[in-house]
Write a protein that binds this ligand. Sequence first.
Ligand SMILES: NC(=O)c1ccc[n+]([C@@H]2O[C@H](COP(=O)([O-])OP(=O)(O)OC[C@H]3O[C@@H](n4cnc5c(N)ncnc54)[C@H](O)[C@@H]3O)[C@@H](O)[C@H]2O)c1
Length: 346
Amino acid sequence: MPQETASSEQPSAAFAPLETIFAPPVALVTGVAGFIGSHLAERLLSENFHVVGLDCFTNFYARGLKENNLRACRAHPRFTFVEGDLRKVDLRALVTQHNIRYIFHQAGQAGVRPSWGSDFLPYVEHNILATQVLLETLVNLPDRAQIKKFVFAGSSSVYGDAEKFPTSEDALPRPLSPYGVTKLAAEHLCFLYAKQFDLPVVALRYFSVYGPRQRPDMWFNLFIDALLRGKTIRVFGDGEQTRELTFVSDIVNANLLALRAPDDTPRLYNIGGGARSSVNGILELLGTIANTSPHLEYHPRAAGDHRHGAADITRAQRELGYTPRVELREGLRQQFEWQASMLNQP
Ligand SMILES: NC(=O)c1ccc[n+]([C@@H]2O[C@H](COP(=O)([O-])OP(=O)(O)OC[C@H]3O[C@@H](n4cnc5c(N)ncnc54)[C@H](O)[C@@H]3O)[C@@H](O)[C@H]2O)c1
């Protein structure tokens, strides 16, 4: 074995200081105070990453809920929180000063129904513009090769009413909502920058995500909340529309597995939960979990809601080794218990 000497001017990699060799990898999670971002950040911390989390607390739902989501991360010594909007913070300084290697871009303006009408602007700002600003910053870094992976939170809403079920990534995307249009535009921006500037991009198209911390505007959250308060549940459409349902820890797994995707070309993967159910089926299951019969009130179908959704996850299974692990009943039970515990909080 060669000896390391004090006089060696350029230590070889083999003699790099221990703190360099064992320095935890640094990841940026945008939208870290949100439903998915907060779970992902916690998991990255448990996998020995240093996490820089960015969020601007958009007013889509209450800041208090997002602060709750962030609580465990904030208490972690390897977590740094930056409050700011992707379009306004000094991203270049943030990425270079923290030596960020991995980007998990979860920030966005979610929600299909509110994306119609005069509320469209935040969808353009937070989904399209914010993504473009982030990408532009990354490809203009002093050392572009600093970024080892850029994972984008895409959406199954880009498919609209797909021609085939389960739907593969090759299906023609034809969104049915303005939200879906902005998610598709953001995804295209990611691929454009990837191809033009060799940014190692992986886009994941999430299929309806549920679990503890689910956004308060989402179906399951609304249904469970009504059940817990003994209120009537409003169902839009006949309740026979189906969705592919993905538990949040499976989404988090997929994000980590995305780091393994080959870099030769930008990658796109459907991430589904392997469970498909109609709205009526979910309500029945929730009734069993809550040990009560839900009071239902049916309303006309909402604009932008697609009829069916089902993910073909063959590509993610083959290339990433992704397999959904949490079954619907178990996932629903966990969300139910979380919401019940939140209701009892002072
Ligand atoms: N939840 C789902 O079922 C689902 C399905 C498909 C895709 N997605 C995508 O996953 C991502 C996360 O979704 P979620 O359900 O956790 O939503 P969320 O609203 O809980 O989280 C998004 C977070 O991003 C933050 N944010 C938005 N714009 C920002 C900006 N310009 N700068 C900094 N922070 C900003 C918000 O304050 C929020 O905390 C979104 O991009 C969404 O489009 C979610």
